[in-house]
Design a protein around this ligand. Structure first.
Ligand SMILES: [Zn+2]
Length: 143
């Protein structure tokens, strides 16, 4: 197995997302916003690690968050922006039975670690990815 591929933009993330094909009994139903999911609750048999949002070139991804519409970190409708916290340190997983996409990263406290997960869907991911400091990257670009 090679390393999961690095997803560098919202457009690339959108391309990965699949519409869930059927209702699923995933144990992660509650994770509409970011929720703690312990290692023992994580359904690793059904979730395949398909990609990462962590830039291998970046040592300290920013803690800046992206909330243009007054959402908060834990909001179920907070927009996904791969350049911003906490998406910039997430791994991307897909459920093998329903194709639901789930992001996960680990919060590091002083003496604890706290894995957090969030189910995402395409409506949360803007194809105009936001850059840091509020600037908006236009779609298209160099490609
Ligand atoms: Zn599922």
């Amino acid at each position: 197995m090679s390393d999961p591929r690095f997803v560098a933009s919202n457009d690339q993330l959108l391309a990965l997302l699949q519409t869930p094909t059927r209702a699923c009994q995933c144990s992660l139903q509650r994770c509409a916003g970011w929720e703690s999911v312990s290692e023992t609750d994580w359904p690793k048999e059904t979730l395949q690690h398909i990609a990462t949002l962590r830039d291998p070139e970046l040592h300290e991804p920013t803690f800046e968050e992206h909330h243009p519409h007054q959402t908060r970190y834990e909001s179920a409708d907070a927009p996904v922006s791969v350049k911003h916290f906490p998406y910039n340190r997430c791994d991307v997983f897909a459920c093998q039975s329903c194709q639901q996409t789930v992001l996960r990263y680990t919060e590091y406290g002083g003496y604890y670690i706290d894995p957090r997960a969030r189910r995402i869907h395409a409506d949360l991911v803007s194809s105009e990815g936001a850059d840091l400091h509020g600037a908006v990257i236009k779609g298209g670009g160099a490609s």
